[in-house]
Design a protein. Structure first.
Length: 671
């Protein structure tokens, strides 16, 4: 016997070998939902046939038909008694087998009329029920929906979920007799905007409805896609064994984070915090940092996610440790230059925090002695009384005499810090000259050259010590040329007076600047008289001679002849005196005797003359007092035409001690 394709067997199988035998061909039988036994479960799909080749014996029987419609089920058995071979195991359903004229075996079954319904308007299922009487398909459904049901299922999800928000399931206990589930389409709509999305399932956050329709019946259900809350599921070992190296720790790169519910681009910023690490290797958040950490220690990094259309604002934290470096690369030099000779022990402090910072060593605080502590090879270092207290190293030096000035003592300190297990520090102490303390107050007022000097006043000397004490020294320094003297200066200039008092351990000193101002000298006034030649000696007289002792006058102060001569006044001591107004330049005065005008000298008697037709030139005889003037020495004469009737002129030009003059008279008509 050969069974063609689409012969169904559930849950067992046909075994065909010569004669037909059915093994494992059972199904579960339920009563009101309770399993009560098993039964045969061979069925043949509608429209399919069994082709018989050979002879069938009456012994095999057909399985109970399971409510399929009437159908031709077999061909090829001409002449056989099919009713005796294929008989129904179900006696009360009216199933029978008949042979058609063409020899085809026909199964007389039940023709279904499936009708669909919803129990309520809000039902989540669409049910199938056979409307044909005496339907052999049974069900436990109280409403007789023996064709099963399809169920529109939904679930709320978060953004980025890979599964479905809506799907269709068919009933299993009572087989669904409607359209195949794979052919039922789901339609989506945005609940807020009313936008129809068709059969494309939404992916963005929002409220939506899903609906299916079977034979005019529609089921609609709502669901939500909420915004995802991003989190970093793995930091992948960040910061990858970071050890302090003086560089700032960078934020993790995008390819080193495993993020769920969001992406690296959703991270708005990374915040950093100090942290404490407990015994369980968990980190407790401390103070927020203003920047990424550099120093060794425990920290918490916080990724801050943006509030976006698809993601909620969120944070994700990770505790981490920057390991302490083994040893600083090099030795930190420190110089102590305030060590001086002393007859007693001295202590010196070194602020290691300050010195390390000055040498650009980022130690991270928490300084303490490391292995080997404090060492020195110098006999003058008192290691017993040398110690580190916090950041301050106190070094005790034994007494040292003055002859050791220039000696160096070396102290090596190995410290540990937050960032380094060992930082070697080498301190060099150099013995210097005795220190100076500026603790003496000196008062010295200035004065003007030629005045009485001001008195030196001093405060701060030990009780009983006076300026005259041999231990006290007073020096005056000219600030212009640097010369010093123990004598008080008298010349004008700028000075510094220094008062010093020396003890066994320190030199006490004080200074004061003072000025001796130059004396201002009254400037002589010029002789205001107008001098004119008289033939006698005349004298130039200066005025305002109150300070005449401070200057000299050079140049003749007397003169007889007409003309000019300079009188020069010069300060005797320009280093200490100046003219009023601040200059020390020489003053020059001009002593001038003007020529006497010949108009003041009689030159002769010139009465009117009668016209002669010739040039009239009277003789000129100038006489100044009792002195007759000499032509061409004291004067020259020139005449006008002096021919015609009218004014006639004589021009006498003075020279030397005399100035010009003109004499006029008339030439009258002849009668």
């Amino acid at each position: 016997m050969r069974l063609q394709n689409n012969v169904g067997a559930y849950p067992g199988a046909f075994t065909v070998s010569g004669k037909v035998g059915v093994t494992g061909n059972y199904k579960n039988v339920y009563n009101n939902g309770i399993l009560v036994g098993t039964d045969y479960n061979v069925f043949l799909s509608t429209g399919k046939t069994i082709t018989v080749e050979g002879t069938l014996t009456p012994r095999p029987k057909s399985a109970s038909p399971q409510g399929e419609a009437s159908a031709d089920i077999a061909t090829g058995g001409v002449g056989e008694d099919y009713e005796s071979i294929f008989s129904s195991d179900v006696k009360d359903k009216g199933y029978s087998f008949t042979k058609k004229d063409d020899g085809t075996l026909h199964f007389n079954g039940h023709d279904h009329d499936w009708r669909f319904n919803k129990k309520t308007d809000t039902s989540e299922t669409i049910n199938a029920k056979c409307a044909t009487p005496n339907c052999p398909v049974t069900t436990n459904d109280g409403d007789g929906n023996n064709g099963g049901f399809v169920w529109l299922k939904v679930r709320d999800t978060t953004y980025g979920y890979n599964g479905k928000n809506a799907w269709v399931d068919a009933s299993q206990q009572t087989a669904w007799r409607g359209p195949k589930v794979s052919t039922i389409k789901i339609y989506y709509q945005n609940s807020k905007t009313g936008e129809d999305l068709g059969t494309t399932a939404p992916t963005l956050p929002g409220s939506y409805t899903a609906s299916i329709t079977v034979e005019g019946l529609t089921v609609t259900r709502g669901f939500k896609i909420t915004k995802a809350t991003p989190t970093i599921r793995s930091w992948q070992g960040y910061p990858y064994g970071k050890t302090f190296d003086g560089t700032q720790l960078a934020n993790p790169a995008s390819d080193r984070l495993t993020i769920s519910g969001g992406t690296y681009s959703d991270i708005a910023e990374f915040n950093w915090y100090t942290a404490t690490k407990n015994e369980g290797n968990t980190y407790i958040k401390g103070e927020k940092l203003n920047e990424n950490p550099t120093d060794a220690g425990n920290y918490i990094i916080e990724a801050v996610f943006n509030d976006t259309d698809t993601t909620n604002a969120a944070t994700s934290e990770w505790g981490l440790t920057i390991q302490q470096a083994t040893q600083y690369n090099g030795t930190v030099p420190v110089a102590v230059n305030n060590m001086h000779p002393s007859s007693v022990s001295q202590t010196f402090t070194v602020d290691l925090n300050q010195e390390l910072t000055k040498n650009k060593v980022r130690h991270g605080d928490s300084l303490a002695l490391a292995a080997f502590g404090i060492t020195s090879q110098s006999d003058y270092v008192d290691l017993t009384n040398t110690a580190l207290n916090g950041d301050i190293l106190t070094i005790t030096m034994k007494p040292m005499a003055s002859n050791l000035v220039g000696m160096r003592a070396y102290v090596t300190v190995n410290v540990t810090s937050r960032n380094y297990k060992v930082i070697p520090v080498e301190i060099t102490l150099t013995l210097q000259e005795k220190p100076t303390a500026n603790d003496i107050t000196v008062t010295m007022d200035g004065w003007t050259f030629g005045e009485a000097a001001k008195e030196l006043q001093v405060n701060g000397l030990p009780t009983g010590v006076e300026l005259t004490d041999p231990a006290v020294t007073v020096t005056y320094t000219n600030t212009k040329d640097g010369t010093t003297s123990s004598k008080r200066p008298t010349d004008a200039g700028s000075y510094t007076v220094t008062v010093s008092y020396e003890t066994d351990t320190v030199i006490h000193t004080g200074t004061k600047d003072f000025t001796i101002s130059k004396r201002e000298i009254a400037v002589p006034t010029a002789d205001s008289r107008q001098f004119e030649y008289t033939g006698q000696e005349q004298t130039y007289v200066l005025g305002n001679l109150a300070d005449a002792a401070y200057y000299t006058v050079s140049g003749a102060m007397t003169r007889t002849e007409a003309g000019s001569q300079n009188v020069t006044v010069q300060l005797k001591d320009k280093n200490n005196t100046v003219w009023e107004g601040g200059t020390d330049a020489d003053k020059t005065y001009v002593f001038t005797i003007a020529p006497k005008p010949l108009s003041k000298v009689p030159i002769g008697d010139f009465p009117d003359k009668t016209y002669t037709g010739l040039s009239i030139q009277p003789v000129v005889v100038p006489v100044d007092g009792n002195t007759a003037l000499t032509e061409d020495r004291d004067y020259t004469v020139s005449y006008g035409a002096n021919t015609n009737v009218g004014k006639a002129t004589i021009t006498v030009t003075g020279t030397g001690n005399y100035a010009d003059g003109i004499q006029e008279w008339n030439i009258t008509r002849r009668y």
